[in-house]
Structures are given as C-alpha cells and as structure tokens.
Design a protein around this ligand. Structure first.
Ligand code: GLC
Length: 482
C-alpha cells in the first residue's frame, strides 16, 4: 500500500516536539512491514541541508490569492524513507518552524503546494496520513477537488495535541477559498466550531486517531476536549487511539553514546556509574543512597511542572532525595525552579536548556523519572525511561495511564508510580511512595526490570496503523461507490 505521511516535523530534519520523533520513526517501522510510506514536509531554512542530502525534482505553480506562487519540490532519503520537501522562501525561509502569526496560511500553502506537485511526485497514495493541524487542510482541499489524482485516497488524521488547532476566521476561509460545503459542521453544531485546521481534519478524515487509548476517550469530554469535544463526539464512531512507540535502536542503553556506562536489564549494576557521573555533572553529592529524581521536558503548564516545587519541597527537606531538571519553556516556570534550586543547592540542579545528550544522561542515570502532566496525549519520556530503567512517576492521564502500571502496596508488581489528581499533595505522596520503595534495593531493582522487559518499540503500533489504513481506504472506496 502507498501511504503519504504528511507532517510539519520529522526528526532529524526538523524536530520541535514529540511529533518529530513519531514522524522520524513510525514510517520506518511501516516500511519494514512492506508499506511504501513516504513523507511530505516543508523545507524549512532550519533544515540541515547536508543531513538532508536532498535533490531538487522540480518546481510547481501553486494557486494562491494575488496570483500563482512558485514552490520548489525536493526529494531526500532519510534512513531509507523518501521525503518530499516543499520549498518557498517567503513561507519557510524563516528562523524557526512555528510561532508566526500567519502559521495557518503557511501550512495551507504547504498543503496546496503538495496538491500542485502530484504530477511531479511519481507516487499515487492509497492513503494520506495527515499529522496534527498543519496537514489537516490537505483533506479539506481533497474533499473539494473530486478530480484530483489523490482524491480517491483514504485519509487518516492523527491528533498529537488537540490544544493546538490552527484557528482561522471567516475572512481567512473566504480569502483562501475554503468553501461553504467544507465549513459545514456535522449534526447541528455551530459553524464557528469548524474554523480551525484541527476541526477540519476531524471533520474530513475517513478515520481520526490519537496517540493513546485513554487520550482518545478523554478528548470526547469537556475537560480535555479543548472546545472540540462536541465535534469529536459527533464523529466518535471513527475515532480511536494507538499508543506511540519509540525507536529501539536510537534509544538503547546498551549502545547509547551519551552514557558513561552501558547496561542491559541483566547488568543493571553498571548503571550506578551513570548516576555518579550525572551527580558530578550536576554538582550534587555523589550519594548512591539518595533517590535521584529526573525531569526532561519542555517546561510548560501542560507538563504540570508547576506542581513540582510545592510537591518536592517537603520530600527534599525530609527525605534523602535529589532532583535534576532539564528543559526550557515558560519564564514563570523557570523562576519557580530556580527558586527551588536556590533553597536546596545541595539537592537540586536545574538546567534551563535544550540539550538532548544531557537528556540521555538523565534517562540513563536518574533513579526515577517524573512526568506530572496535566494532559499527555501519549508522552515519549516515560517510554524512554522504562527502556532505560529510570522508574517513571506519572500522572494517570492520556498515554501515561496506558503505559505505566502503578506499583502495588507490597511493591511486588508494577512498573512505576501513578497518581490521580493534578495537585501537589498527590504528587508528593507518590514521591514518598517511591522513596519508601527505593529503600528496598531488591524490590526497586525488580520494578526497573519489569519496565525494561516491556516492549514499547513500534511493532505493535505499526500493525495497528496498517489496519487503520485498510479501514480508511475501504471507507473511502465505499463513499465513492455510493
Ligand atoms: C505531542 C504530545 C505528546 C505525544 C507527541 C507525539 O507532543 O504532547 O504527548 O507523545 O505529540 O505523538
């Protein structure tokens, strides 16, 4: 089956968050299953041209308000996956991937250029797999263009983060020719609800999925629905969840070049050396008996990092614990963490930085990995930490709920520590449970080993995506036949 995987990010060419990791690894797993998956992405100025080793395959005229625009089309090979890159100086020749006022127009342009390039791209997709709002308007356009060579393709739309929607208004729709039929909501929902690329993807795809089963249920509720839960409920029959995997070659404690010592589930003693090295780098006492908590994340409210200082304050004051944090994000969160560090200089180190090699050292050296997210569509950090024997401590939400099994009272089962409400007190209690378990080395080792023996590679998810593609194709064929 031919699948065109459309994404705003793909590691290593462009990576802002988890979407980049998924687009950089799921297509490889699908190709290994025999699917001909190819990726389409904008050719940002930030893409490392040497890494991409792309060749220009031509140029297209893109219909656009105020006259046609010319866009270059390039083809790269990234770890065996063909990647089509759309180049346009005005739209993508900027210093970062996202964060501009005209983002909805930029990504609509990407979609339109791709449609214009169908003659250049020697590939007819049986399925179009659009990722997040940036790729969603491709499905809107195809529904309006029955004669386009790709119009018969089944479509799958994957939501990686429902809160980021690519909002627009009636003026935008009129300006860019998004017609009345495309804006018509299902059922009797208000028209306003259709005014975002996210809503368009949900409304126009043959199948909608998100990156965990729990998040797929959560987004149907007012609490997690980000204003689109009525639309999602209207389309509930085609909404499902598939938990992400991670690349088991890239993330492997046995070969990871950023680690001081390599280890496996059977040689966990060697891991102690990584912990020591991390403590040294952090300027903390090299105390094997202290429970070293680690955090690697973007420091935003979504991630629940504001809960950490009040929860950890008593844990650090009374228990033998340390904390290292790596990430950047909101200024207010930076300040809270800096204040915590100042109060516990001998126990806390905060690196306000984006630094993947240091991140790996935390996965490979910390005892316990914290993810107190308010919401988490899937989450990749807990999957990496399970693989690396850093016991995850997470909030029961989204993909965290689906991938971490709570340690029981006797500490004989479970792969991590799970707490319920997004409040500092519950987080504190979970940290104290972790401290108590850590005081029993044999029981702690068993928790690490149960986590490390699980398989969160892309195998299972790949099989489920292949099924979803078949379903999307069949439903599109049925619609065309009707
Ligand atoms: C987004 C979500 C994260 C998910 C990732 C990849 O970044 O916030 O939970 O793991 O997308 O699907």
């Amino acid at each position: 089956m031919n699948v065109l995987f459309v994404s705003a990010e793909m590691s290593p060419l462009a990576k802002v968050g988890g979407l980049g990791d998924v687009a950089g690894s799921l297509p490889i797993a699908l190709r290994a299953r025999g699917l001909d998956v190819r990726i389409a992405m904008p050719f940002y100025a930030t893409v490392d041209r040497a890494k991409a080793a792309a060749r220009r395959i031509g140029e297209v005229e893109v219909p656009w308000p105020g006259g046609h625009q010319r866009a270059g089309v390039w083809l790269a090979d990234v770890r065996g996956v063909p990647v089509y890159l759309v180049e346009h100086e005005g739209m993508f020749g900027r210093e970062k991937v996202y964060g501009f006022d005209d983002d909805p127009a930029r990504f609509l342009f990407f979609c339109d250029a791709l449609l214009a390039a169908s003659g250049l791209i020697d590939f007819t997709p049986g399925v179009i797999h659009a990722q997040d709002w940036h790729a969603a308007l491709l499905l809107t356009r195809l529904d309006a263009e029955a004669s386009h060579p790709w119009a018969g393709a089944g479509s799958v739309y994957t939501i990686h983060n429902l809160a980021l929607q690519g909002n627009f208004d009636r003026g935008f729709a009129a300006h860019f020719g998004i017609g009345h039929a495309q804006l018509a909501p299902p059922d009797a929902l208000p028209h306003e609800m259709m005014m975002s690329a996210m809503a368009q993807g949900i409304a126009h795809a043959d199948r909608v999925n998100t990156v965990s089963d729990t998040y797929a249920r959560e987004i149907l509720t007012h609490e997690y629905g980000a204003g689109l839960d009525p639309l999602l409920r209207a389309r509930q029959a085609i909404v499902s969840g598939i938990v992400n995997g991670i690349d088991y070659e890239e993330f492997d404690p046995q070969t990871d070049r950023d680690l001081t010592a390599h280890y496996t589930v059977d040689t966990l003693d060697a891991r102690a050396e990584n912990k020591r090295a991390l403590q040294r780098q952090a300027g903390l006492p090299e105390d094997a008996g202290a429970l070293l908590f680690g955090v690697v994340t973007r420091l935003f409210a979504q991630k629940g990092i504001d809960l950490l200082p009040p929860a950890l304050e008593p844990v650090l004051a009374h228990g033998n614990a340390q904390l290292v944090v790596l990430g950047t994000g909101d200024e207010a969160v930076h300040e809270m963490l800096n204040a915590l560090e100042a109060r516990h200089a001998q126990k806390v180190k905060v690196w306000l930085d984006f630094n993947p090699p240091l991140g790996q050292k935390i996965y490979g050296g910390a005892d316990c990995f914290l993810m107190p997210s308010r919401y988490e569509p899937c989450g990749l950090g807990q999957l990496i930490s399970l693989r690396y024997g850093a016991v995850p401590l997470v909030r029961r939400t989204g993909g965290l709920a689906d991938t971490v099994e709570d340690v029981d009272a006797a500490v004989t089962a479970g792969t991590g520590f799970v707490f319920g409400a997004a409040d500092a007190h519950e987080l504190q209690q979970a940290c104290e449970r972790a401290l108590a378990a850590f005081a029993r080395p044999g029981a702690w080792r068993a928790i690490q080993q149960r986590g490390m023996r699980q398989d969160w590679s892309w195998g299972r998810a790949g099989a489920r995506y292949a099924e979803l593609y078949e379903a999307a194709r069949a439903s599109r064929a049925a619609k065309k036949g009707a």
